[in-house]
Structure formats: structure tokens, C-alpha cells
Design a protein around this ligand. Sequence first.
Ligand code: ADP
Ligand code: ZN
Ligand code: ZN
Length: 694
Amino acid sequence: MTGCPPKRVRVLIAAPLPRVFTYEWCLGESPVFGQRVIVPWGNRLRVAMVHSVVDEFESPEEFELKSVQACLDDGVLLRGDWQQLIEFAADYYHYPLGLIALECLPKALRVLNAKGAEPVMVAKSREYALAARAKRDELTESNNPKVSKPVAPPEFRLNSEQKSALETLAESKGFCCFLLYGVTGSGKTEVYLHAIAEKVAAGHQVLVLLPEINLTPAAQKLYEERLKPFKVVVLHSNLAELTRTKAWYLAALGVADVVIATRLGVLTPLPRLGFVVVDEEHDPSYKQQEGMKYNARDLAVVLAKQRNVPVVLGSATPSLETWQKAELGQYKRLSLTTRAVTGASLPQVDLINTANFKPKEGLSEPVMQALKSTFEAGKQSIVFLNRRGYAPQMMCEACGWVAGCKHCSTHMVWHKREKALRCHHCGAGQRVPAHCPDCGNQDLTGFGRGTQRLEEVLALLMPDTRVLRIDADSTRNKGQVEALLEQAHSGEADVLVGTQMIAKGHDFANVELVVALNVDASLFSHSYKAPERLFAQLMQVAGRAGRRASEGGHHARMMVQTRYPDHPLFASLKAHDYPSFAAHELQGRLEARMPPFSYQAMIRADHKNLGNCLEFLKMAKNLGEDLAREEGVVFICDPVPLTIVRVAEVERAQMLVESESRPALHRFLNAWLLALWEVKTSTRWFVEIDPAEL
Ligand code: ADP
Ligand code: ZN
Ligand code: ZN
């Protein structure tokens, strides 16, 4: 502790620059990391975060420094553990620390209102959380036995596999990464709940990550019911600002015992953290696609390691990188091999060869019959089609015109109900034209099939059934997802038509048939991850059927329409054999030296002209060649345009950097990016570590 306050301080600012900014410090108390302050920036005021104090022996700046105007808090929430995590993230993802530090805070904590002051909402939320904390401490003092011992309802006694998984979890001390590999419906949630109950009773905070916002309401309800009276909060990007700020304070002040969150939750300060759960760890939604392109699953493992607490990654179809680590013994595998509910079984998988059974309106005869008999037996069906809208293209059969997007190199998707054409890449929309703009023909038709069209066809072919569509379009408004899912659960619908939105996580009691359409494109995609993604999707959607005991000899069933029933992926699917699929896929990756047997970074360039993008990347490649040669094992590929070159008037190209050594790759990136930051260019560029899409 020094007596007099220091003179200069470095602060973090949400700016796309990989550096800190120095200001004069004339305020009373000593600054500490994480303290939010107001600083002048250009001709306005901004919220910044104290990074460090400048040593008094360091040479003074050559220019006059501006002063920190005010302190917004004492920084206690954002110290230590949290700093370690965001510093790791900034390093690993090669992303400016200032951007990540400020952008992962709720908006109210990093903006100023019109008067240049902190929004009132912040103080309100803080007071709310402090009051909740005070109330809680009373509770603890009274030593209420109910508070320290939550009891899971007796009807959920664990089966022997669940019990042994739980015991292994409970025995672990300090950091350990577990893979809870359990087939769909094997009762992974029940294992999490028991493990969490033990942790919260011991005074720890637990972070539970889920891949989708629409899975959080059901999770919150379940966890609140089962963990009473412990405090459960939810954090995701769709919350009203005040709700999110309050929940954030509850988490950061250690009031919340369980924090259920989507990917952004991993960057929340959690002072009492004792346990981390990442459900559906394989899910691509854990990858942030804008700003800092982090993978929340990976950061969750880092977080657990830094805090020396156990983390559980759960999935029926683990990502290949996780599976590989389990195979190597780096992660501890806990297996649940059967469905938990007595009498429930995994569905029988049938492949319908569309060469033999020509689909009418997308649906083959065997599929139609199965849908009808399932309906007659009073059971529900799911028809899975991962493409929303009415038709992916609108065309004129007279002259061949196809509706394209003005701003992108893609087709517009026809949304019949909204009488609109929409671009799924840039969001542009327009009314459906009355006639062909090229030849005047009034008979425009849809080419291909999306969920809207499927819904229409099913309603026509099965007039007595209630068809419910669940996709991003039917759930656009607040509360709509919950309402539709509620309808599905309560049996108000007979056939659910939907995208991957219905495939994930939901525990539907009455679904006996699952139909998967239009899967062939993914079998032959150029993306090396496409088979992994397709397999996971099909296993997950299959997992929605037969989750309760079957009665009357009815058996859960999945039907997949395909022209390629002999594809090896389907053999594993039919056998519900994820390990065989993973072994086959990993062998292929090994031979091709693809992740997880190599490490990748992608550099992307965006400009109005593709030429500029390619030119920039070529320059970058030249700049990097010597550095790469120094490392020996780093390889820079050639720049290539993206498959969809133009989106929202911007043309895009990318260049892959690969290495068999992660440390070599990152050493190379550090040196290379440092040089690239200095390059003056009108091309916008960024790097992505462990890129998801290639
Ligand atoms: P998963 O997350 O593995 O897909 P869930 O946790 O949703 O599976 O469990 C599937 C169903 O099995 C749920 O309805 C759950 O209540 C039930 N269940 C879980 N554990 C048991 C058990 N030990 N005995 C009976 N039913 C169970
Ligand atoms: Zn025409
Ligand atoms: Zn577009």
C-alpha cells in the first residue's frame, strides 16, 4: 500500500486496438484492475477499465495526458480470477483485451447516458443484488438445515450408471475435465442436478452452459424446483437490459448459486465458482461468430482449470476433439449407455432410398404411411428439415430467371406466408414480385422445399392432424418459442415440423416417429466438419423419439430419406454407434492431418472488391513466410474467396494457417499479427482461431 496515489494509469477501452491507453490519475483512492472509470476519448466521454498503474520510474509520455474523469466503482467484482480468464482469452484468440473486457459486460455497465453519466439501471441493479445478498446472509446465519441440504425428489433415484458417474464426480478434487458421454435420454440432466446439489450445498457457485437460449426457460424451471431454496439465475443475450444487469450482479456478487447461461455466461465473474457444466458440448452454437470468435466450451475448460474446479462436458455425440481427449485419457469419460426411463428404447433407424421410393412433395410413401399410423396410434411425430422458409429459390420456368439477392451472391428464400423474398445472409427482404422481372411471366414457382412448404403439404395430405412448425421464423417474437414448445409438450400438436431448433435437448414425452429430410447435401459438403455435424444432428433428432416406455407394441422409429443409404455414416447411425463413427472420422482426420491432429487459424479479409481482399491476403502471406519458416512447422495456405463471396455488398476471402504444433502456431501468430497491425489498408481483416467453418 502506497500512501500517495499514483500519477499515471493504463486503461482498457473498447477499441479495435491491441493496446492499453495511458491517462493521468488525479482522483483520491488508488486505482485497481477492473475498476470502471470515465475517460475523455476523442471529443466525448467513454467508459474504460483500469488495467494497471504506470510505474513512477517509467519515462513520462512525450505528449500531454488527459485525465481520468471519474470512478464508477471500486472494481472489486472484476479482479483476480476474472482478469486471468479474459487475459487468457485475449491472448489465445489474438483479440484486443480492451474490447473483450468491456464487451462481455452488460451494456449498462459500459455505456454512458446522454448526460455523460452511468445509466440509472446500474445502481438499481447493484442495490437489488446487494439487498438479495443481505437477505441471504440472514438465511445462512439461522443455519436452516433446508438451506444446506437440498433433496432431489425420491422418484429420481439414480440408476447404477448414473450413480457411478456421480460418485466419480463427487470424488474429484480440484480441476478435472469429465466427459459425460450418455446416449440421448440416458439421464445426463439428472446427474448434473445431483452433482450441482452437492456443490451448492457445500457453498459453491455453479455455472451451467446451454447451447441455445430456448433451452434456458425449461432448465431454469427444473433447477429452481429441484434446488430450492438456492438461487438460480439465467444469463443470455435476449434478456431485457435491466433483467440481464440484475442477473449479472447476482452472479458477480456471489448471490446466485447456479448461473444458467448461453455462451456469453462463461465470461461472467463468479467469485464462489466450484463446478462447471457444459451441456451438449458438441454444439456449434458455443462458437461465437462475431467479435471475439471464442468457443465457450473451450473457455469453460480453461476457466475450470484456472479456478481449480471440476468441469463436466455432456453429450450423446461429443465433438471429435473432446472424444479424442477422452480416448487419450486427458479427459475422464463417464458413460451412460442406456435410456434412463424403464422401457424406453432408442428408435429403430430405417433408411428410405429415394431412388426406390420417389418422394411426392418431398415425402416418400413409406414416410407418409408411418406419419399416418403414428397419428392413428395417438403419438406425435417430428419432421426434421434444416431449412426454413417456403422454398430456397423462386424461379420463372419460362425464362429461367431466379430471384437473387441484390447485395449478396446468393438466392433469395421465398417466405410464402409473409409474401416476401428474404436473404438469409444479409437479411434483406422484398415483396414477392407479381411477375417475372425478365419476361413478364406471372407463373413464378418455388424450387426446393423449406419448413413452411412442408407444413403446408402435411396439412393438405393429413387434414385431420394438427401440424406445428417450430423454426426461427415461427418463433421470432418474445415468448413464442415457449408457447410453441408448450403446445408440443402438452400434446396440442400431432406433427412437429422444424429445423435443428426442435432437435436439441427437448424431452418430448410422446414422440414416437422422427423423419429426417434433405440430408444428402451434407454427406458431400466441402466442409471437413460436415459429416460430424450431420451425424450429431441426426443422432440428436433421433433422440427425441421413444423417450418414455412404449405401450401396445409400438416402437420408436426414425426414418431418413436418402439417395445414399450405403454411406458409412448411416451404418453407425442405424447402430446408434457414436464410437464407431468417431473412430472412422478420426482416422480420416489423422490421415488428412486435420484437427484435432493439427491446429488452425483463419485470416479473413473483407472489402467491396474481392481483388483487394486477395491482394491483402497475398501481402500478408509474403509478410508471414519468413516467420513461418522460422517456426518450421507452420504452413500458410493460399488465399481463396469464400464460397458465398459477397454478403451485404462486401466481398470476402480467407487464408488458412495450419500447424501440427499449437505453441508454434501461436508464436507465429503473435509475431505475424504484430506486423500486420502496422499495415495501413482499407481492407477489413480479422483472425479466427480454431475456425468452425472452412
Ligand atoms: P438426457 O439429458 O441424457 O437426454 P434427460 O436427463 O433428459 O436425458 O433424461 C431423460 C428422461 O429420463 C427424463 O424424463 C428424466 O426425468 C428421466 N430419468 C432420468 N434419470 C432417471 C432414472 N434414474 N430413473 C427414471 N427416469 C429417469
Ligand atoms: Zn421469366
Ligand atoms: Zn443478401
